[in-house]
Design a protein around this ligand. Structure first.
Ligand SMILES: [Zn+2]
Length: 353
């Protein structure tokens, strides 16, 4: 309701949410030509960054944000505004429907190379050129970088130079899910905004407005640790509440298919959450990500502690080109073995007692 009251005109994209609108108005009330929007994933920093860029370029700015109807807003929405440069890893550009430059697109189409998961040095060079050009529509230019932590040292230094000596009419929005990984000199050149966590009722309502049913919203919000944008992305990937609820038992039974279709990082995310909840149960606390009824008996705490450390070690390398199939089998086998040990040890304990 409040989302529609803001007007479809002001909402850049379907994932716009009331808590983002609130943050946008806070940002609009301040001056600043370079913002760093930071917080954990799933809080909407990319959407907020784009809304800010859209406002700056809008030809009929409204108190609540961009008008949504002027030529400029329409160009931003069509991802073709000449004064907006979006700098993202190619995988994110493709996923979010932003055009790549012709030569990169051709190389990927011709399978000469894969789409990059980093912000490429070549793309940054293009952005530096963009910042030196004259504004095409006379309202300045905006450079949006997301996720900003995906810049390597060369790329980050090129951005730093542009931030230090902005050619006049360029504004910057850096959106990050791991701002601690950015160069401190980049951080210090930007005004920083910490993304707000929406309250649960607000997240649930918003998810329902996006077409997610109430049960799914409740189960998956819990699974996502309260990050509504993650839930929406999952449902778009066909992850259902039922599937989430069945995961712990399927894993405990050694069902390799339980993790099918997930990236290494996503597989590890599931297992770290399962491990967390088992550890919580073992120490008498409530599970956080799964419902207690969906969790098989917890393996012994020392085994969980070892497992947790192994998972975190793997997570640090989750971007490596693992053989996903092999990793999936190994990870599921580990859970299966842990649960079998737990199954073997509990009757013995009962007998001894
Ligand atoms: Zn407009």
């Amino acid at each position: 309701m409040s989302t529609t009251a803001v007007g479809s005109a002001a909402t850049p994209g379907s994932a716009w949410a009331p808590w983002l609108q609130q943050q946008l108005q806070h940002l609009l009330a301040q001056r600043g030509h370079a913002w760093l929007l930071q917080g954990p994933s799933g809080l909407g920093q990319q959407a907020l960054g784009l809304a800010l860029a859209r406002y700056w370029l809008c030809e009929d700015q409204q108190p609540a944000g961009a008008c949504g109807t002027c030529a400029s807003c329409k160009l931003v929405d069509a991802h073709t505004h000449p004064d907006l440069c979006v700098l993202m890893p190619e995988t994110a550009m493709i996923a979010l429907g932003w055009p790549l430059d012709e030569s990169s697109q051709k190389k990927i189409d011709d399978k000469e190379r894969k789409a990059s998961r980093e912000i490429r040095v070549e793309a940054m060079r293009g952005a530096v050129e963009f910042s030196q050009r004259t504004s095409a529509r006379g309202r300045g230019k905006v450079l949006l970088v997301y996720p900003a932590e995906r810049m390597n040292a060369v790329t980050a230094n090129a951005l730093l130079k542009t931030l230090e000596e902005p050619p006049g009419d360029v504004k910057f929005v850096l959106a990050s899910e791991a701002a601690h990984q950015l160069l401190p000199t980049i951080r210090s050149r930007c005004l920083s905004h910490n993304m707000l966590w929406p309250v649960e009722a607000q997240s649930r309502q918003w998810l329902q407005e996006q077409g997610v049913d109430a049960d799914t919203a409740a189960v998956l919000l819990r699974a996502a640790g309260g990050r509504p944008a993650d839930v929406l992305a999952w449902t778009e990937d066909q992850v259902s509440a039922r599937q989430w609820r069945q995961l712990p038992r399927a894993l405990a039974q050694g069902d390799v298919q339980a993790l099918a279709g997930r990236s290494p990082a996503q597989m590890l995310d599931v297992l770290i959450k399962l491990c967390h909840d088992w550890m919580a149960l073992s120490s008498g606390a409530a599970p956080r990500f799964f419902d207690e009824a969906d969790l098989p008996a917890a393996p012994a705490l020392p085994a969980l502690v070892t497992w947790s450390a192994e998972l975190r070690k793997l997570l640090r390398h989750a971007e490596h080109p693992y053989n996903a199939g092999l990793l999936q089998e190994t990870l599921v086998a580990q859970v299966h073995a842990l649960c079998r040990q737990a199954g073997r040890s509990s009757p013995t304990r009962a007998k001894a007692a």
